[in-house]
Design a protein around this ligand. Sequence first.
Ligand SMILES: [Zn+2]
Length: 406
Amino acid sequence: MRVTWTGAAHLSFRLDPEDEITGRASDEYPIKLAINSCSIRGVPEDAHPDLYAVAAWTVVAPWTRRRVTFDRAISAELAEALHAGWGVEAGPVGAERRRPGSRLAISYSGGADSVAAATMYPEAPFVHFRRVAHPRVPNRWPHYRSDVLAKLAAQTGRELTVVESDLEYTLAEPRPGYPEHHAVAAGALLLADALDIGGLGFGYEMGSRWLGGGRYLWRYTPDNPMWAPHGRWGRLFAAAGVHIVLPVGGVSEATTMRLALGSPLREQVRWCLRGVDGPCRNCGKCLYKELIQAAVERRPLNTPMKPEHPAVKKYLKKPPYGGQEMIQYGLARVPGIENTVFAPALDYFDVSEETTRWLDHCYPPALEEIPEPWRAQAAAFIEANVGLMTESEVRQVETWGSGATA
Ligand SMILES: [Zn+2]
């Protein structure tokens, strides 16, 4: 793989003979290349070469097999992190490594998880990734209202940098999206010198960090390759002086929902990518989050969605589901759930408030993973607003997916 940056931040890349146009992201998901160029706007003209290298790697990693050649020399430490993590030869080598900045920034999406993470650090600046059209790839997902989400981010009143990028269109299949989950940070990486960033906070919660949620495994994953500090991405970001920080990595989506709805940013919370004046109430994300919100607020489910809707049909099938721990939490707590579209899923689980109570508390190892400069603040917030898991609750996390949990 050969990587070239031109102008402020236009990335183009050329595959080597051994590279393949259908690659695999770190979560093993197969993805197909659509186009070999993209732009990132809203970033400075210059940054440390390791920041350019990591930003490029978040895009090109899935398609790279044996080597990656950057257009400017990187540090030996960064080359080593690429070799240790992916087995690729990276170069040329010749730069001094970047010293971490002193500030934590939040990679802010506006969803409940990201709002909860932001609430823990009221002084942290936001970097918001906004999808824009690619000049040479047709937009097959026109209902994604990234303009609405950017506007809500601006209404938070926080220090904000909006990065506009078409990098998601480098993906032909399954749909436009981040080649690696970490590509959402490409702009934040290029801003790291200008904003003095030493840590980047993401809204990934316990399901994503520890329970193998999302689109890969449904089991306890202490060595999660994407988000563990000792995983390959954690080590790569750290080598570039931008530590991955998961402020809400130890709590469930029920807890991030509760924290977000109780935060000063409550009016700006938006997980739906489609709605304009509010959530659309008619997409899979809205249904899933409505279940969680109804459980948190102890009220009946309120959705116009019918059993025929494809997003509803998912729950007529056998588990596992994405975010299954939250489905169980909702089934156990939403009054009258047996009269809703989720009723069929009740047959698959034997749930109760007692067996889902662990999802109201924080998994302590998640706090230990937060780098030292930002740990005490997170721990104090968790102590005041959430509380730590008991030993038996910790066991629920650590046996997740083994058949030992409810
Ligand atoms: Zn929606």
